[in-house]
Design a binder for this molecule. Structure first.
Ligand SMILES: [Zn+2]
Length: 388
């Protein structure tokens, strides 16, 4: 893990000082109002979209996430292809990437991504070299939180904590218009705070993590357990999946709960209650003015957030003597991560630099030449410089 900021880089021609870095501008207010591409890399799909300065999606395309067994280069190729496809029809001035994984504090490397073969991968620099436009890389919960703060449920909140309830729990902290990333870039991993000593085993290696009690996985686990035990309360859901317990999913439970199925309502209440308990712990540590709840499970709305509010109030430190944080449902849906990545990319965008297929091809020619040169072959002609 690199703990120092890189100040120079080594090239074929020796060491040069990096004078134009990709440091963020101070504020989104002074960033150029140009369209940028946001990319959301999840476990199963890559979503890319052109987003304007007001957060409106101009066009959206998607591709399957290459297999975990594939090399990082394959994922990179997918990203480049998506960006070039979009840049055929739009002016793309920068690219922002929200990745489901740990991104270092410099936001240049993906340290670890559970669904991909990225291990300490210098994603920003390699994409920046290939695309010849500024690239920004961040954790997908951070980009989603940024989008909700700029355009969604967290507008106007200067102390915001975002919780994404998916298969696990993701999180992000925003203070005074800045994402708090921690010293090493991996702040906001709330899902692995212990809430039940000696509780359920978690894949992270510990027991009793928050996400074992309040997440899509927890919801499905509980429902399947009841169904597998042939409990009378589960008759309705067993009938729905025709006795095939593995077919029970989060969306199905939410659907049945909306129809008034008592077991499903109760399961969502449990999840919501654990959500509130965890939020009260976060309020004790961070004291935000607003929690925004996003992710797939938040589709259950007040069936989930109502019990969460009650539990939050019951567990809040110093309750009755302090203002209570608002708990709001996220507004931007599954596109939040992509929109936030694009908007964060505007902070590093340059008004006159655009992604362009010809420049990428020229770069790739140059790379092939450089490789051949390093291998000892000495081509006679000198190729053009990349990005010329
Ligand atoms: Zn854990």
């Amino acid at each position: 893990m690199s703990t120092h900021r890189e100040t120079h880089r080594v090239t074929e021609r020796g060491t040069v000082l990096r004078t134009v870095g990709s440091r963020e501008r101070r504020s989104h207010l002074t960033a150029p109002r140009v369209p940028t591409v946001g990319i959301d890399i999840g476990g199963t799909k890559v979503m890319a979209g052109v987003v304007d300065a007001d957060g409106a999606i101009l066009e959206k395309i998607r591709a399957e996430t290459p297999d975990k067994s594939k090399s990082p280069k394959v994922v990179e190729d997918t990203i480049v292809e998506l960006v070039l496809d979009l840049s055929d029809r739009h002016d793309v001035h920068a690219v922002g990437i929200g990745a489901a994984g740990w991104v270092d504090a410099d936001r240049s490397r993906v340290l670890f991504a559970p669904h991909l073969a990225w291990r300490n991968e210098p994603l920003r620099d390699s994409l920046q070299a290939r695309l010849a436009v500024p690239v920004m890389v961040d954790n997908d919960a951070n980009t989603a939180a940024w989008a909700e703060w700029r355009f969604g449920a967290g507008r106007g909140e200067d102390h915001l904590v975002m919780i994404t309830l998916g298969t696990g729990i993701g999180g992000a902290i925003l203070e005074d218009g800045r994402v708090k990333r921690g010293k090493y870039g991996v702040a906001g991993e709330f899902g692995h705070m212990q809430v039940v000593p000696g509780g359920h085993r978690c894949p992270c290696g510990n027991r009793g993590c928050w996400e074992q009690y309040s997440s899509g996985n927890a919801l499905v686990r509980e429902a399947r357990e009841l169904a597998a035990a042939d409990s009378p309360v589960a008759y309705n859901i067993i009938e729905r999946v025709k006795g095939h317990v593995p077919d029970i999913t989060g969306p199905l439970i939410t659907e049945l709960a909306r129809e008034g199925d008592a077991m499903c309502v109760e399961l969502l209440q449990d999840i919501g209650q654990w959500l509130g308990v965890g939020l009260a712990g976060l309020a004790a540590a961070l004291d935000p003015s607003c929690f925004v709840i996003g992710g797939g499970v938040s589709a259950a709305d007040d069936l989930l957030i109502g019990p969460a509010r009650d539990a939050f109030r019951r567990n809040l430190t110093g309750r009755g003597y302090r203002p209570e944080a608002r708990i709001a449902k996220a507004e931007l849906g599954p596109e939040a991560g992509m929109v936030g990545a694009a908007d964060l990319a505007r902070l590093v965008a340059r008004r006159f630099r655009r992604a362009n297929r010809r420049r990428v091809e020229r770069y790739e020619r140059y790379e092939r030449y450089a490789q051949a040169f390093r291998a000892g072959a000495r081509p006679r002609s000198t190729p053009e410089e990349p990005g010329a």
